[in-house]
Design a protein. Structure first.
Ligand code: AMP
Ligand code: MG
Length: 479
């Protein structure tokens, strides 16, 4: 497949025109390539293209519109920090349609009907962050959108500083959000709500298409996918930062990367979003917030699904769907093959110990993956080793009940606990260089992102704890 033979589907446009607005991209001035991901290109059948092809820049910039593409922006609403915003939508994203089930979208392509008072643009730093982090999340085994490439330009935009505008091309199996449902519910357009639900079932839950009870089962599966997604975020130490309902994927994916962060030292209360003064979206609150967001989704679905049945499913989320999903992923991180009831306490105690230990979250589990009853390597990485020591007493007892050999346990743990995650300071270093015209660190981070569980001796320094001065970076949403 070449850029000329790409075959776009535009199923979303078969919906009523209240679901979207036809919008042409507004190109940036003097665009240049920052990075291009050949692995992602293969997802849409682009085998032979290289990022050096100038038309790739034109594709992202909107000056080359492939045959059959009719660009559009999607409409949605959402609860932002708990407050309902009736009309959000793709304020800076333009959709091209889908290929092989991947919906292509350029973010930063200029004003749309949904831009409100903003400029429809995205800055270079946040675009590089989304580009790299979505790739890292994918290779960590976390459902996520992907990104094909990113371009910069000479177009200037006003943020905290004057920045250069960029465009990132994102791909997703679905761009529908909880907030898309809220839009039609709050405007009392229940027929469109039902049409949307049918569309989403066909696209993201096709096995339910002919089920008589499909609407309730659809809601149930959204709840289940969300529980698993958030459990994975928590286990890997990912903080999203802006879990508004418009940033919650109906397909259970990580979407809309903004001021996200990986945990440095474990801290339940860590907040990565500068505007989140109350800590609504802190690391530790993410499971509760997703419950709240699912509750808002259930409210929006009341015209077509029985309220009590949905409430029961939401209760299940809190009572066992989320807790079990979390315990399952943490068991894997601890290398526990058997499922024992006592594991819940072991894991709860571990979270308490980590909170007091001042230890790099990623480093702790990677070091634990080599554990052979010598505790020194773990004591060396914690500022408060006593709590680690106390917890290891419990862990040793629990390991004694395992039937798997130590080396098999270690092997599994090394495939579960990454050596490399993209910390904010690493992203920032690559961004600083990119802004001086040097994109080499972006390629390095792309490589690291694709090999989180491997030993990469030349990048060993990135596996160390975050340098003290770079810990707990808090970023702003406006980018
Ligand atoms: P976010 O929380 O970044 O996903 O964005 C929340 C809403 O604001 C979405 O509807 C975005 O499309 C919109 N938005 C954010 N930044 C801009 C911008 N620079 N121009 C237009 N709309 C924006
Ligand atoms: Mg968003």
């Amino acid at each position: 497949m070449t850029l000329d033979t790409l075959n776009f589907q535009t199923n979303y446009l078969s919906l009523n025109n209240e679901f979207y607005d036809m919008t042409d991209p507004t190109p940036l001035d003097d665009p240049y390539l920052i990075s291009f991901n050949t692995h992602v290109a293969k997802l849409i059948g682009l085998e032979s293209i290289s990022g050096d092809d100038p038309r790739f820049v034109d594709l992202l910039n909107g000056t080359f519109i492939p045959r059959g593409v009719r660009p559009f922006s999607m409409c949605y609403a959402g609860h932002q920090f708990g407050n309902y915003a009736p009309r959000l939508g793709d304020g800076r994203a333009i959709n091209l349609g889908s290929i092989n089930g991947w919906h292509l979208q350029t973010k930063g392509s200029g004003e749309t009907l949904y831009s409100r008072t903003s400029d429809g643009r995205a800055a270079v730093p946040s675009s590089i962050r989304e580009y790299l982090m979505s790739e890292a999340m994918h290779h960590l085994g976390i459902p996520t959108t992907r990104a094909l490439g990113v371009i910069g330009s000479q177009t200037k935009i006003v943020r905290n500083n004057i920045e250069q505008a960029a465009i990132v091309m994102r791909l997703s199996p679905s761009w529908v959000r909880f907030g898309t449902f809220e839009y039609f519910y709050y405007f009392k357009e229940y027929d469109k709500l039902q049409t949307l639900t049918d569309y989403v079932i066909a696209e993201s839950y096709p096995h339910l298409k002919d089920d008589e009870d499909r609407y309730f089962k659809f809601f149930s599966e959204v709840v289940e996918r969300t529980a698993k997604l958030i459990a994975k975020w928590q286990s890997i130490g990912f903080c999203h930062g802006v879990m508004n309902t418009d940033n919650m994927s109906i397909a259970g994916l990580t979407i809309d990367y903004g001021p996200f962060s990986m945990l440095d030292d474990f801290d339940y209360g860590f907040v990565c979003n500068k505007t989140d003064k109350a800590g609504r979206y802190s690391y530790g609150e993410q499971p509760n917030v997703s419950y709240w967001n699912l509750t808002m989704l259930s409210k929006a679905l009341t015209p077509i699904i029985d309220k009590e049945r949905m409430q029961k499913k939401l209760d299940d989320y809190g009572n066992f769907l989320y807790p079990n999903a979390y315990i399952d992923v943490m068991r894997q991180k601890l290398g526990l093959d058997l499922k024992l009831d006592e594991d819940v306490e072991l894991i709860t105690d571990l979270v308490g110990a980590l909170q007091d230990a001042y230890v790099d979250y990623t480093n702790f589990f990677r070091t634990l993956s080599h554990y052979d009853s010598d505790r020194m390597p773990l004591f060396d990485i914690a500022m408060n080793p006593v709590v680690i020591h106390n917890w290891l007493e419990l862990y040793d007892k629990r390991l004694a009940k395992e039937t798997r050999s130590q080396s098999d346990r270690q092997k599994e743990m090394l495939k579960t606990n990454p050596k490399y995650v993209l910390k904010n300071y690493m992203l920032q270093e690559a961004i600083d260089l990119a802004q001086k015209g040097d994109f080499s660190s972006i390629e390095t981070l792309l490589h690291i992102a694709a090999h989180p569980f491997d030993e990469l001796p030349e990048f060993e320094h990135f596996a160390h704890e975050t340098p003290e001065e770079h810990k707990n970076i808090c970023l702003s949403c406006s980018s």
